[in-house]
Write a protein that binds this ligand. Sequence first.
Ligand code: SF4
Length: 375
Amino acid sequence: MSGIYIHIPFCKQACHYCDFHFSTSTKKKSQLVEMLCEELELRKDEIGRNIQTIYFGGGTPSLLNSEELDLIFKTIFEYFKVSETAEITLEANPDDLTEEVIKMLNASPINRLSIGVQSFFEKDLKLMNRAHNSEEALRSLQLAKHYFDNISIDLIYGIPGQSNEQWKQNLQQALELDIPHISSYALTVEPKTALEKFIEKGKVKPVEDEQYREQFDILIETLTSKGFEHYEFSNYGKPGYHSQNNIAYWLGKPYLGIGPSAHSFDGRSRKWHISNNSLYINSIEAGKLPQQTEELSTTDSYNEYVMTRLRTKYGVNLEDIQEKFGEKYKLHFLKEADRFLQDGLMENSDETFHITPNGKFLSDGIAADLFYIDK
Ligand code: SF4
């Protein structure tokens, strides 16, 4: 079983912290949608035709109109066999989710919404230059809940000027709305973003590491005490609401990434498309995929395995390492993991290694220390 990821590279405005690929001009939207469909046809045999998850990411997929969505689904159903139990997610921004749009999405094959709320506080939304306001954040969720059961929201912590108390109130608001899945990310300052410039010029005060850590701890404590499972570093779900799309990705299942800047994985190699809408359109029109490919070495695959598994509840399994990568990698892992076991940052149960609650905030750094470096 495989997945399809479709990148919709348009946004109403640029959020100050964002370094994803998107354009704020939607002039080429319908042309690009046609090319997405062309690409689906071109690549129909690449990863097998049985599809278990479809994910519309971006950019802002909720900018698609019903004709554009219909065309994409018609193409997918023509060339792929989509499981009846497939999870079909669309990322949406609160300002797009009028009742009319939600009804349209509900009438389509989409069965899960991932809504980019980020914060319920007006001052946070302004600072991040989000297109929605706090009232729209609330109203979109109340409306969405009438039509969709499977809803996820994104919430950002570590926003400059956001106190721990306000962060708790954001989480409390999500709990009151009974949202069954929350993805929560620290606001990172990416190179060449407006946020980076504001910080350089002293207009925005950077957030101290300690505050990230405190808000991360508040997040885990608040959600796990209310029945959410912390099943991946940034993801929390009630039973039955864990993201199938993300789980497939972490477990290394193949997926086809369609659209500009989209990444694909076929089990052995990674491919990624050019991050430019016009060049993407021209290339697909000419019947050529605008992509680069990287064949993964055994060491690359081992390092990716360790990184993704330590971020999840699945952990690193020794038998898995032996089978997939061989004895050399298993011995390396055991040797390097020992100090983290001694320090109480990792634990071993039945030959499966997990990060302990004390080590969770450090999991990416711990994983990097367990990487194998080819000599
Ligand atoms: S809506 Fe999402 S993709 Fe678009 S600019 Fe904002 S964060 Fe980036």
